[in-house]
Write a protein that binds this ligand. Structure first.
Ligand SMILES: Nc1ncnc2c1ncn2[C@@H]1O[C@H](COP(=O)(O)OP(=O)(O)OP(=O)(O)O)[C@@H](O)[C@H]1O
Length: 309
């Protein structure tokens, strides 16, 4: 399934939740929607699944040579923000009911359920009522419910919420398995460390607008066009010495023997190193790429400044 979103807008009574947002999602990729509370992520998801319509702009979903203006229910696996299984029914009843509702035979449903319960180490809990399970285990059952009918597209709103680090890692593994099975995955999340491990491409939003978009490498390039080189020296180096040696460059001193140089372009790396080597013994040099968490915070701070009058 391939999705194209072209300049969609969505306003509610008092707020414009989505402002001219465009992106594409290729078949079989994990696509992350990121942004602070109220950024517009859930609004986009609700439009993708057809729960609401954009006020303007176009959504085109391509699947098996057909086109749709939202993802048809039969191809969709959805973990909504407000979960929605039956707490008074057993894990097994919940999952089998949902699978059969989506058209799986009883045997197929049993087979899929056993497969996923085993992956999440919940096989021995299948007879228990959902409400008897811990919040994390309920979340895992919710995730199984979203994929048990083998949908082409899985949309997961906050799949890591309420999970401890070990279970978060399990969900990372689960999402990679979905990708291996050829499913397209859209997820919204606040856990940047998890997203960084998983997402093929991502869209960072704030106040209904796109702030950054692309692969992690593309986002790093957009957000920090000046590469950071971290240098460690054998002997102490002062800021004054650096300012004389590298007059054109911006640097930050971390310790007496460790500092970062922000290169105007990567082509200036060898010149910069030659200058440093002419004066100091260098212990190590490494290119530093900011992680998604740092990029996210920096992009949000920059966006905040931009939108302030
Ligand atoms: N049904 C609605 N009626 C009115 N306003 C709404 C409605 N749904 C969302 N909003 C508003 O639209 C904006 C975007 O909300 P949305 O839920 O899409 O953000 P989000 O990025 O999913 O946030 P969160 O991370 O908190 O779930 C917010 O200001 C929100 O208050």
């Amino acid at each position: 399934m391939h999705i194209e979103v072209n300049t969609i807008e969505k306003a509610y009574a008092t707020v414009t939740a989505v402002r001219g947002v465009s992106f594409t999602i290729a078949s079989g990729e994990i696509f992350a929607l990121l942004g602070p509370n109220g950024a517009g992520k859930s609004s986009i998801i609700r439009m993708l699944v057809g729960m609401t319509r954009p006020d303007s702009g176009v959504i085109t979903v391509h699947h098996q040579k057909q086109e749709y203006d939202h993802v048809p229910r039969r191809y969709l696996g959805y973990l909504p923000e407000d979960r929605g299984l039956y707490p008074d029914k057993s894990v097994e009843k919940n999952l089998l009911y949902l699978a059969q509702l989506h058209g799986l035979s009883k045997a197929e449903a049993q087979q899929e359920m056993s497969h996923w319960l085993e992956i999440f180490e919940l096989s021995d809990r299948r007879k228990e009522d959902l409400k008897q399970l811990s919040k994390g285990n309920q979340q895992k059952v919710q995730l199984i419910a979203a994929v048990i009918h083998k949908p082409a597209l899985v949309i997961l709103d906050e799949p890591f919420s309420g999970l401890d680090p070990i279970n978060q890692e399990k969900v990372v593994g689960f999402l990679k398995t979905l990708r291996e099975k050829g499913m397209t995955v859209i997820l919204s999340a606040h856990q940047m460390a998890m997203v960084e491990k998983l997402a093929d491409r991502m869209l960072l939003m704030a106040k209904g607008q796109v702030v950054l978009a692309g692969t992690l490498a593309e986002i790093q390039q957009q957000a920090q066009p000046q590469p950071e080189v971290v240098v460690e020296t054998e002997q102490a180096v002062s800021s004054e010495q650096l300012a004389v040696l590298l007059p054109e460059m911006v640097f930050t001193q971390h310790t007496a023997t460790r500092f970062s140089v922000f290169l105007p372009t990567t082509t200036q790396l060898s010149g910069c190193l030659q200058q440093l080597l002419s004066q100091f013994s260098i212990r190590s040099v490494s290119m530093q790429n900011p992680d998604l968490h740092q990029l996210y915070l920096a992009a949000m701070a920059a966006h905040q400044q931009e939108v302030q009058p």
